[in-house]
Design a protein around this ligand. Structure first.
Ligand code: SF4
Ligand code: SF4
Length: 394
Protein backbone atom coordinates (compact mmCIF):
# COMPACT_ATOMS: atom_id res chain seq x y z
CA UNK A 1 0.00 0.00 0.00
CA UNK A 2 1.09 3.54 -0.70
CA UNK A 3 1.00 5.80 2.37
CA UNK A 4 0.94 9.58 2.54
CA UNK A 5 1.62 11.79 5.54
CA UNK A 6 -1.06 13.93 7.17
CA UNK A 7 0.89 17.20 7.49
CA UNK A 8 -0.90 18.29 10.68
CA UNK A 9 -0.78 15.11 12.79
CA UNK A 10 2.12 13.31 11.11
CA UNK A 11 -0.13 10.23 10.76
CA UNK A 12 0.86 7.82 8.00
CA UNK A 13 -2.40 7.26 6.10
CA UNK A 14 -3.06 4.78 3.33
CA UNK A 15 -3.55 6.63 0.04
CA UNK A 16 -6.73 4.56 -0.35
CA UNK A 17 -9.37 4.95 2.37
CA UNK A 18 -12.53 2.92 2.75
CA UNK A 19 -15.70 4.98 2.36
CA UNK A 20 -18.30 2.92 4.18
CA UNK A 21 -21.41 4.73 2.96
CA UNK A 22 -21.90 2.42 0.00
CA UNK A 23 -21.43 -0.89 1.84
CA UNK A 24 -24.32 -2.94 0.50
CA UNK A 25 -27.14 -4.45 2.50
CA UNK A 26 -30.65 -5.73 2.18
CA UNK A 27 -32.01 -2.18 1.94
CA UNK A 28 -30.96 1.43 2.45
CA UNK A 29 -30.07 1.74 6.13
CA UNK A 30 -29.39 -1.94 6.63
CA UNK A 31 -25.76 -2.66 5.76
CA UNK A 32 -25.26 -6.41 5.76
CA UNK A 33 -23.04 -7.20 8.83
CA UNK A 34 -21.30 -10.08 7.07
CA UNK A 35 -20.51 -7.99 3.98
CA UNK A 36 -19.36 -5.11 6.17
CA UNK A 37 -16.99 -7.40 8.04
CA UNK A 38 -15.65 -9.02 4.87
CA UNK A 39 -14.94 -5.66 3.21
CA UNK A 40 -13.32 -4.15 6.31
CA UNK A 41 -11.19 -7.21 6.97
CA UNK A 42 -9.97 -7.32 3.38
CA UNK A 43 -9.27 -3.58 3.44
CA UNK A 44 -7.10 -3.95 6.53
CA UNK A 45 -5.31 -6.96 5.05
CA UNK A 46 -4.46 -4.80 2.02
CA UNK A 47 -2.99 -2.07 4.22
CA UNK A 48 -5.92 0.35 4.27
CA UNK A 49 -5.92 2.16 7.60
CA UNK A 50 -8.64 4.84 7.20
CA UNK A 51 -12.40 4.18 7.44
CA UNK A 52 -15.03 6.86 6.89
CA UNK A 53 -18.62 6.75 8.08
CA UNK A 54 -21.21 9.26 9.36
CA UNK A 55 -24.05 9.61 11.82
CA UNK A 56 -26.40 10.20 8.91
CA UNK A 57 -25.56 7.05 6.96
CA UNK A 58 -28.38 4.85 8.26
CA UNK A 59 -27.12 1.84 10.20
CA UNK A 60 -23.58 2.45 9.03
CA UNK A 61 -21.79 3.46 12.24
CA UNK A 62 -23.21 0.43 14.07
CA UNK A 63 -22.17 -1.94 11.27
CA UNK A 64 -18.66 -0.48 11.12
CA UNK A 65 -18.30 -0.41 14.93
CA UNK A 66 -19.44 -4.02 15.25
CA UNK A 67 -16.98 -5.16 12.57
CA UNK A 68 -14.10 -3.27 14.19
CA UNK A 69 -14.89 -4.61 17.67
CA UNK A 70 -13.63 -8.05 16.58
CA UNK A 71 -10.01 -9.14 16.95
CA UNK A 72 -8.62 -5.73 17.91
CA UNK A 73 -9.20 -4.28 14.43
CA UNK A 74 -10.11 -0.89 15.91
CA UNK A 75 -6.48 -0.24 16.83
CA UNK A 76 -5.30 -0.85 13.28
CA UNK A 77 -7.29 1.93 11.63
CA UNK A 78 -8.10 5.62 11.84
CA UNK A 79 -11.85 6.02 12.21
CA UNK A 80 -13.57 9.06 10.73
CA UNK A 81 -17.16 10.03 11.33
CA UNK A 82 -19.24 13.16 11.04
CA UNK A 83 -21.38 15.44 13.16
CA UNK A 84 -24.89 16.10 11.79
CA UNK A 85 -24.47 19.80 12.56
CA UNK A 86 -27.74 20.87 10.96
CA UNK A 87 -29.57 18.83 13.63
CA UNK A 88 -27.71 20.57 16.49
CA UNK A 89 -30.10 23.16 17.88
CA UNK A 90 -28.51 23.59 21.32
CA UNK A 91 -24.95 23.34 22.67
CA UNK A 92 -25.80 20.07 24.46
CA UNK A 93 -26.60 18.45 21.10
CA UNK A 94 -22.90 18.28 20.18
CA UNK A 95 -22.26 15.96 23.15
CA UNK A 96 -25.49 14.05 22.61
CA UNK A 97 -24.62 13.09 19.03
CA UNK A 98 -20.94 12.50 19.81
CA UNK A 99 -21.66 10.16 22.75
CA UNK A 100 -24.08 8.17 20.63
CA UNK A 101 -21.48 7.91 17.87
CA UNK A 102 -18.85 6.57 20.31
CA UNK A 103 -21.37 3.96 21.45
CA UNK A 104 -22.31 2.98 17.90
CA UNK A 105 -18.67 2.71 16.86
CA UNK A 106 -17.66 0.81 20.05
CA UNK A 107 -14.77 3.20 20.67
CA UNK A 108 -13.61 5.87 23.10
CA UNK A 109 -12.24 8.29 20.52
CA UNK A 110 -12.65 9.43 16.92
CA UNK A 111 -9.44 9.94 14.97
CA UNK A 112 -10.91 12.24 12.32
CA UNK A 113 -14.12 14.07 13.18
CA UNK A 114 -15.88 16.15 10.55
CA UNK A 115 -18.70 18.63 10.42
CA UNK A 116 -20.80 16.89 7.82
CA UNK A 117 -21.51 18.53 4.50
CA UNK A 118 -20.79 22.18 5.17
CA UNK A 119 -21.99 24.13 2.16
CA UNK A 120 -21.67 27.75 3.30
CA UNK A 121 -19.87 29.94 5.86
CA UNK A 122 -23.29 30.69 7.41
CA UNK A 123 -23.59 27.07 8.55
CA UNK A 124 -20.26 27.28 10.35
CA UNK A 125 -21.25 30.64 11.87
CA UNK A 126 -24.45 29.12 13.27
CA UNK A 127 -22.67 26.31 15.14
CA UNK A 128 -19.90 28.69 16.19
CA UNK A 129 -22.55 30.79 17.93
CA UNK A 130 -23.72 27.61 19.66
CA UNK A 131 -20.21 27.25 21.11
CA UNK A 132 -18.70 24.55 18.94
CA UNK A 133 -15.20 26.02 19.14
CA UNK A 134 -15.05 25.52 22.93
CA UNK A 135 -16.62 22.08 22.54
CA UNK A 136 -14.00 21.00 19.98
CA UNK A 137 -11.21 22.31 22.20
CA UNK A 138 -12.50 20.27 25.16
CA UNK A 139 -12.81 17.09 23.09
CA UNK A 140 -9.33 17.50 21.67
CA UNK A 141 -7.83 18.17 25.10
CA UNK A 142 -9.25 14.94 26.53
CA UNK A 143 -8.30 12.98 23.39
CA UNK A 144 -11.84 12.06 22.38
CA UNK A 145 -11.32 13.85 19.05
CA UNK A 146 -7.84 13.65 17.55
CA UNK A 147 -8.25 15.75 14.38
CA UNK A 148 -11.08 18.07 13.38
CA UNK A 149 -12.23 18.95 9.89
CA UNK A 150 -15.23 19.37 7.63
CA UNK A 151 -16.64 17.82 4.50
CA UNK A 152 -17.57 20.32 1.83
CA UNK A 153 -20.13 20.49 -0.96
CA UNK A 154 -20.41 24.27 -1.39
CA UNK A 155 -19.14 26.74 -3.94
CA UNK A 156 -15.59 27.41 -5.09
CA UNK A 157 -15.83 30.95 -3.67
CA UNK A 158 -17.04 29.84 -0.23
CA UNK A 159 -14.38 27.17 0.24
CA UNK A 160 -11.42 29.46 1.11
CA UNK A 161 -13.69 31.43 3.46
CA UNK A 162 -14.37 28.22 5.37
CA UNK A 163 -10.73 27.20 5.32
CA UNK A 164 -9.87 30.44 7.13
CA UNK A 165 -12.86 30.39 9.51
CA UNK A 166 -11.19 28.01 11.98
CA UNK A 167 -7.88 26.27 12.67
CA UNK A 168 -8.88 23.04 10.91
CA UNK A 169 -6.66 19.97 10.80
CA UNK A 170 -8.11 18.63 7.55
CA UNK A 171 -10.87 18.94 5.01
CA UNK A 172 -12.72 16.52 2.77
CA UNK A 173 -13.67 17.61 -0.73
CA UNK A 174 -15.36 16.13 -3.77
CA UNK A 175 -12.65 15.86 -6.41
CA UNK A 176 -12.20 13.94 -9.66
CA UNK A 177 -11.28 14.66 -13.25
CA UNK A 178 -14.83 15.77 -14.10
CA UNK A 179 -15.03 18.22 -11.15
CA UNK A 180 -11.87 20.31 -11.50
CA UNK A 181 -13.94 23.47 -11.59
CA UNK A 182 -16.84 22.33 -9.41
CA UNK A 183 -17.29 22.79 -5.63
CA UNK A 184 -13.79 23.17 -4.04
CA UNK A 185 -12.16 22.23 -7.36
CA UNK A 186 -8.45 22.29 -8.13
CA UNK A 187 -8.17 25.83 -6.75
CA UNK A 188 -9.59 24.63 -3.43
CA UNK A 189 -7.33 21.59 -3.32
CA UNK A 190 -4.29 23.83 -3.67
CA UNK A 191 -5.64 26.38 -1.17
CA UNK A 192 -6.17 23.71 1.52
CA UNK A 193 -2.77 22.12 0.95
CA UNK A 194 -1.09 25.54 1.07
CA UNK A 195 -2.57 26.02 4.54
CA UNK A 196 -0.83 22.84 5.71
CA UNK A 197 -4.03 20.81 5.97
CA UNK A 198 -4.52 17.18 5.08
CA UNK A 199 -6.89 16.94 2.11
CA UNK A 200 -9.11 13.90 1.84
CA UNK A 201 -10.99 13.30 -1.39
CA UNK A 202 -14.48 11.89 -1.73
CA UNK A 203 -16.34 10.92 -4.91
CA UNK A 204 -13.12 10.22 -6.86
CA UNK A 205 -15.26 8.25 -9.35
CA UNK A 206 -18.51 10.19 -8.94
CA UNK A 207 -20.39 7.27 -7.45
CA UNK A 208 -19.22 4.94 -10.24
CA UNK A 209 -20.08 7.32 -13.09
CA UNK A 210 -16.40 7.60 -13.98
CA UNK A 211 -16.03 3.83 -13.61
CA UNK A 212 -18.44 1.17 -14.84
CA UNK A 213 -21.08 3.78 -15.76
CA UNK A 214 -18.76 5.86 -17.92
CA UNK A 215 -20.36 6.69 -21.30
CA UNK A 216 -19.48 4.03 -23.85
CA UNK A 217 -17.38 6.28 -26.18
CA UNK A 218 -15.30 7.48 -23.23
CA UNK A 219 -14.80 3.93 -21.94
CA UNK A 220 -13.72 2.85 -25.43
CA UNK A 221 -11.20 5.67 -25.60
CA UNK A 222 -9.61 4.55 -22.32
CA UNK A 223 -9.57 0.91 -23.39
CA UNK A 224 -7.92 1.79 -26.70
CA UNK A 225 -5.26 3.86 -24.94
CA UNK A 226 -3.79 0.54 -23.76
CA UNK A 227 -1.75 2.08 -20.98
CA UNK A 228 0.19 -0.23 -18.65
CA UNK A 229 -1.40 -0.52 -15.21
CA UNK A 230 -4.54 1.36 -16.30
CA UNK A 231 -6.86 -1.49 -17.18
CA UNK A 232 -10.25 -0.04 -16.32
CA UNK A 233 -11.94 3.39 -16.20
CA UNK A 234 -11.73 3.14 -12.38
CA UNK A 235 -7.94 2.70 -12.60
CA UNK A 236 -7.73 5.88 -14.69
CA UNK A 237 -9.99 7.90 -12.41
CA UNK A 238 -8.27 6.89 -9.18
CA UNK A 239 -4.80 7.34 -10.64
CA UNK A 240 -5.72 10.83 -11.80
CA UNK A 241 -6.63 11.84 -8.22
CA UNK A 242 -3.50 10.24 -6.74
CA UNK A 243 -1.40 12.02 -9.32
CA UNK A 244 -1.95 15.17 -7.24
CA UNK A 245 0.65 15.41 -4.44
CA UNK A 246 -1.72 17.71 -2.52
CA UNK A 247 -4.14 14.81 -2.00
CA UNK A 248 -3.44 12.99 1.26
CA UNK A 249 -5.94 10.18 0.77
CA UNK A 250 -8.94 9.34 -1.37
CA UNK A 251 -12.03 7.54 -0.20
CA UNK A 252 -13.50 4.85 -2.36
CA UNK A 253 -16.91 3.40 -1.56
CA UNK A 254 -15.85 -0.18 -2.14
CA UNK A 255 -18.71 -2.64 -2.15
CA UNK A 256 -16.92 -6.00 -2.18
CA UNK A 257 -13.58 -7.56 -1.18
CA UNK A 258 -12.80 -7.96 -4.90
CA UNK A 259 -13.19 -4.22 -5.39
CA UNK A 260 -10.88 -3.62 -2.43
CA UNK A 261 -8.26 -5.84 -4.10
CA UNK A 262 -8.60 -4.05 -7.43
CA UNK A 263 -8.35 -0.54 -5.99
CA UNK A 264 -5.55 -1.46 -3.56
CA UNK A 265 -3.50 -2.76 -6.50
CA UNK A 266 -3.86 0.62 -8.23
CA UNK A 267 -3.05 2.50 -5.02
CA UNK A 268 0.25 0.65 -4.75
CA UNK A 269 1.56 2.07 -8.03
CA UNK A 270 -0.30 5.40 -8.50
CA UNK A 271 2.32 7.72 -7.01
CA UNK A 272 2.12 11.53 -7.20
CA UNK A 273 3.19 13.19 -10.47
CA UNK A 274 3.61 9.93 -12.35
CA UNK A 275 0.93 10.24 -15.05
CA UNK A 276 2.40 11.07 -18.45
CA UNK A 277 1.39 13.98 -20.69
CA UNK A 278 -0.25 11.50 -23.06
CA UNK A 279 -2.31 9.96 -20.25
CA UNK A 280 -3.42 13.37 -19.00
CA UNK A 281 -4.41 14.39 -22.54
CA UNK A 282 -6.48 11.18 -22.83
CA UNK A 283 -8.30 12.12 -19.63
CA UNK A 284 -9.10 15.55 -21.06
CA UNK A 285 -10.77 13.93 -24.07
CA UNK A 286 -12.73 11.65 -21.73
CA UNK A 287 -13.94 14.73 -19.82
CA UNK A 288 -15.33 16.18 -23.06
CA UNK A 289 -17.20 12.96 -23.86
CA UNK A 290 -18.42 12.62 -20.28
CA UNK A 291 -19.79 16.15 -20.17
CA UNK A 292 -21.79 15.53 -23.33
CA UNK A 293 -23.62 12.58 -21.73
CA UNK A 294 -23.75 13.81 -18.14
CA UNK A 295 -27.16 15.49 -18.02
CA UNK A 296 -27.83 15.21 -14.25
CA UNK A 297 -24.77 15.27 -11.94
CA UNK A 298 -26.26 12.73 -9.50
CA UNK A 299 -23.70 10.61 -7.65
CA UNK A 300 -26.26 8.16 -6.21
CA UNK A 301 -25.48 9.14 -2.62
CA UNK A 302 -29.13 8.68 -1.53
CA UNK A 303 -29.11 11.78 0.71
CA UNK A 304 -32.41 12.81 -0.92
CA UNK A 305 -34.12 9.54 -0.09
CA UNK A 306 -36.70 8.45 0.78
CA UNK A 307 -39.06 10.39 -1.45
CA UNK A 308 -42.44 10.57 0.32
CA UNK A 309 -44.02 9.50 -2.96
CA UNK A 310 -41.82 6.45 -3.33
CA UNK A 311 -39.79 7.64 -6.32
CA UNK A 312 -36.33 6.12 -6.65
CA UNK A 313 -34.66 9.46 -7.34
CA UNK A 314 -31.06 8.31 -7.96
CA UNK A 315 -32.37 5.35 -9.95
CA UNK A 316 -34.37 7.65 -12.25
CA UNK A 317 -31.37 9.94 -12.77
CA UNK A 318 -29.03 7.02 -13.42
CA UNK A 319 -31.44 5.76 -16.09
CA UNK A 320 -31.75 9.25 -17.58
CA UNK A 321 -27.96 9.64 -17.84
CA UNK A 322 -27.62 6.11 -19.19
CA UNK A 323 -30.05 6.97 -21.97
CA UNK A 324 -27.57 9.61 -23.23
CA UNK A 325 -24.45 7.58 -22.47
CA UNK A 326 -25.58 4.19 -23.78
CA UNK A 327 -28.68 4.89 -25.89
CA UNK A 328 -32.35 5.63 -25.20
CA UNK A 329 -33.42 1.98 -25.13
CA UNK A 330 -30.79 1.00 -22.54
CA UNK A 331 -31.86 3.93 -20.39
CA UNK A 332 -35.52 3.04 -20.76
CA UNK A 333 -34.88 -0.52 -19.59
CA UNK A 334 -33.07 0.87 -16.56
CA UNK A 335 -35.94 3.28 -15.91
CA UNK A 336 -38.46 0.44 -15.97
CA UNK A 337 -36.44 -1.37 -13.29
CA UNK A 338 -35.84 1.74 -11.15
CA UNK A 339 -39.49 2.75 -11.22
CA UNK A 340 -40.86 -0.74 -10.55
CA UNK A 341 -43.09 -0.50 -13.61
CA UNK A 342 -44.06 -4.15 -13.58
CA UNK A 343 -45.32 -4.13 -10.00
CA UNK A 344 -48.73 -3.16 -8.70
CA UNK A 345 -47.32 0.07 -7.27
CA UNK A 346 -45.01 1.67 -9.85
CA UNK A 347 -43.04 4.70 -8.72
CA UNK A 348 -42.70 6.68 -11.92
CA UNK A 349 -41.21 10.13 -12.46
CA UNK A 350 -44.78 11.22 -13.24
CA UNK A 351 -45.67 10.48 -9.59
CA UNK A 352 -43.54 13.49 -8.56
CA UNK A 353 -45.70 16.20 -7.00
CA UNK A 354 -42.87 18.77 -7.08
CA UNK A 355 -42.91 19.10 -3.27
CA UNK A 356 -39.15 19.80 -3.21
CA UNK A 357 -38.56 17.86 0.04
CA UNK A 358 -35.67 16.06 -1.62
CA UNK A 359 -33.78 18.97 -3.15
CA UNK A 360 -32.57 20.59 0.08
CA UNK A 361 -30.65 17.42 1.00
CA UNK A 362 -28.75 17.13 -2.28
CA UNK A 363 -25.00 17.83 -1.92
CA UNK A 364 -24.79 18.27 -5.69
CA UNK A 365 -27.40 21.07 -5.55
CA UNK A 366 -29.56 19.41 -8.18
CA UNK A 367 -32.98 20.96 -8.74
CA UNK A 368 -34.55 17.53 -8.33
CA UNK A 369 -38.20 18.39 -9.13
CA UNK A 370 -37.16 20.16 -12.35
CA UNK A 371 -34.87 17.33 -13.38
CA UNK A 372 -37.53 14.76 -12.50
CA UNK A 373 -39.76 16.54 -15.02
CA UNK A 374 -36.97 16.02 -17.59
CA UNK A 375 -36.92 12.31 -16.73
CA UNK A 376 -40.68 12.14 -17.21
CA UNK A 377 -40.47 13.88 -20.58
CA UNK A 378 -37.69 11.56 -21.78
CA UNK A 379 -39.20 8.28 -20.64
CA UNK A 380 -42.92 8.91 -20.55
CA UNK A 381 -44.02 10.61 -23.73
CA UNK A 382 -47.66 9.91 -24.65
CA UNK A 383 -47.16 6.56 -26.45
CA UNK A 384 -45.00 5.19 -23.65
CA UNK A 385 -47.64 6.11 -21.07
CA UNK A 386 -50.16 4.11 -23.08
CA UNK A 387 -47.83 1.10 -23.08
CA UNK A 388 -47.20 1.50 -19.36
CA UNK A 389 -50.93 1.31 -18.69
CA UNK A 390 -51.19 -1.86 -20.77
CA UNK A 391 -48.29 -3.73 -19.12
CA UNK A 392 -49.15 -2.72 -15.55
CA UNK A 393 -50.38 -5.73 -13.49
CA UNK A 394 -53.98 -5.45 -12.40
S1 SF4 B 1 -40.07 16.72 -5.44
FE1 SF4 B 1 -40.75 14.79 -6.39
S2 SF4 B 1 -38.99 13.43 -6.18
FE2 SF4 B 1 -38.67 15.10 -4.72
S3 SF4 B 1 -39.54 14.35 -2.77
FE3 SF4 B 1 -41.17 15.53 -3.83
S4 SF4 B 1 -42.30 13.95 -4.98
FE4 SF4 B 1 -40.33 13.01 -4.41
S1 SF4 C 1 -30.18 13.57 -6.42
FE1 SF4 C 1 -28.56 14.46 -5.12
S2 SF4 C 1 -28.98 13.67 -3.05
FE2 SF4 C 1 -30.13 12.40 -4.50
S3 SF4 C 1 -28.79 10.66 -4.90
FE3 SF4 C 1 -28.41 12.17 -6.51
S4 SF4 C 1 -26.68 13.40 -5.76
FE4 SF4 C 1 -27.49 12.26 -3.99
Amino acid sequence: MQYRIDPKSGNRISALGLGCMRIPGFAIGKPDPRTTRDIIERAIERGINYLDTAYLYPGNEVAVGTALARDGLRNRVFVATKLPHASCKRTEDFDRFFSEQLRRLCTDHIDYYLLHNITSPAQWERVRELGIEDWIARKKTCGAIRSIGFSFHGSTDDFPVLLDAYDWDFCQIQYNYANERYQAGTVGLHAAAARGMAVFVMEPLLGGRLADKLPAPAARLLAQAGEDGLQTPADWGLSWVWNHPEVTMLLSGMTSPAMVDANAAVAERALPDTMTEVQLATIQRVVELFERANRVPCTGCNYCMPCPHGINIPGCFAAYNASFAHGWFAGMQQYFTASAVRTSSPRLASNCVLCGDCARHCPQHIDIPARMADVRRRFQPGPVNTVLKLIRPR
